[in-house]
Each structure stands twice: as structure tokens, then as C-alpha cells.
Design a protein around this ligand. Structure first.
Ligand SMILES: N[C@@H](CCC(=O)N[C@@H](CS)C(=O)NCC(=O)O)C(=O)O
Length: 205
């Protein structure tokens, strides 16, 4: 049996995890999920029925992880030799951007795509992303400190203007970017170990 079961569908955020699984050279078995006929094993593992979902078969137990960003971090932690965890000096940016993109940025993009708006500015205070414009402007401000968003932090050198955004956040950014009309700030370049081949294949380059 493979070490990981990976519930996936090619038209989904599961791409994020597919990339991460390959980055860490994980031993995994993909289980293709048809939206109209979800396997019992997926629903048992994740009652929400969402992909990506992974099951880590480890030391005689099954460990389920859901949520793309959490899975990426879990894979980085469980495969330290892959060198994907941030250095101590990168940790603040790593966690901040990973959670900022997975939470507020995703909510802002989805709300915008759905046309959900609050006309009452006093209600913005209870929205985790404030409002769409503010959330995306804030992301641009955070990213403006870097020349590159990079998916292989330790292997790309640590120039002060380089990277320091985690590959987890990068994967989410790429996905969200592909799904929205938002443009990555012009000065940001994309680096990656799998690199231009994958990016071209996915239509990003
Ligand atoms: N918060 C989850 C979202 C996962 C999600 O919404 N997956 C969608 C595809 S992108 C899904 O499984 N949709 C199928 C369904 O809900 O039936 C994550 O970040 O991984």
C-alpha cells in the first residue's frame, strides 16, 4: 500500500497538493473523485466531501489531513529532507502569508466571484478580509517586499530581495490567480523546482 492516499480531481484545488506531493517525492496513490459519485472512503475521511484530502497511512494508523495549505505544511513537516520548511528568519513571512492567502484572500476572491457585497461599511469590520480591494491591496503590499515568489525556499539562495514566500502560499496564489481576474503584481517573478515545464503545462507561463 502507498504511504498516502490522495483524493483528487483535475479541476480542483487538489493541484496544489499534487504539486506538493511531488516536491517531497511522496509515495502516494491518487484516487480520482467524480463529483457526482464520491467514494465512501472520501466521505468517511472528510464528511465535507472535498478534495484535496489525504490519508497518511503511518505506523499502523490512518491520519487524515484536509485543507490545501494544511496539507502542504504537513508534507513539508513529514518530509524534512525535502527542505521545504522555512528557515527561522523566514518563519514569520511563511506563516503570515500562508494563512493570509488561505483565509482572507481566498474569501475575498470567492466573495468577489459570487458577487457577494455588503453595502454597509460598518459590516466590513466583521469580515475577515475587510473588503475585496483592501484585501488584495494588502496582499500586493506584502508581496512588494520580494522580487520573487519561490517554491523552493532553501534551494534558491537567500538574497534579501528574493523569495521568502512559502511554496504553500505560492501554490495557493497560483491557483487563486488562475481562477480570478486578479493580476500578480508586475514585479513578482515565479521560480520553482518543477519550474517552467509545470507552469507552462498549467498555462501559467
Ligand atoms: N478549504 C478547502 C477547499 C477545498 C474545495 O473547495 N475543494 C473543491 C474543489 S476546488 C471540491 O472538492 N468541490 C467538490 C464538492 O464540494 O463537491 C481547501 O483549501 O483545500
Amino acid at each position: 500500500m502507498a504511504e498516502f492516499t490522495f483524493f483528487t480531481n483535475p479541476q480542483s484545488r487538489a493541484w496544489i497538493v499534487w504539486w506538493a506531493l511531488n516536491e517531497v517525492s511522496a509515495d502516494y496513490k491518487p484516487e480520482l473523485v467524480e463529483w457526482s459519485n464520491k467514494p465512501r472512503a472520501l466521505l468517511d475521511a472528510n464528511p465535507l466531501g472535498k478534495v484535496p484530502t489525504i490519508v497518511h497511512h503511518c505506523a499502523g494508523s490512518d491520519h487524515v489531513v484536509t485543507e490545501a495549505a494544511a496539507i502542504c505544511h504537513y508534507l513539508a513537516e513529514t518530509h524534512p529532507d525535502a527542505g521545504l520548511l522555512p528557515l527561522a528568519k523566514e518563519r514569520a513571512d511563511y506563516f503570515r502569508l500562508m494563512f493570509y492567502v488561505a483565509g482572507p484572500v481566498e474569501q475575498a476572491l470567492i466573495a468577489d466571484a459570487m458577487g457577494w457585497k455588503s453595502e454597509d461599511p460598518s459590516r466590513h469590520a466583521m469580515l475577515g478580509f475587510g473588503n475585496y480591494t483592501l484585501a488584495m491591496d494588502t496582499l500586493e503590499t506584502l508581496l512588494a517586499r520580494f522580487d520573487y515568489v519561490c517554491c523552493q525556499v532553501p534551494k534558491c539562495g537567500h538574497g534579501s530581495s528574493h523569495l521568502e514566500v512559502s511554496f504553500n502560499a505560492l501554490n495557493l496564489l497560483l491557483y487563486l490567480w488562475s481562477e480570478s481576474s486578479w493580476d500578480l503584481p508586475g514585479q513578482i517573478g515565479i521560480l520553482g523546482k518543477i519550474g517552467s515545464g509545470l507552469l507552462t503545462g498549467l498555462g501559467f507561463a
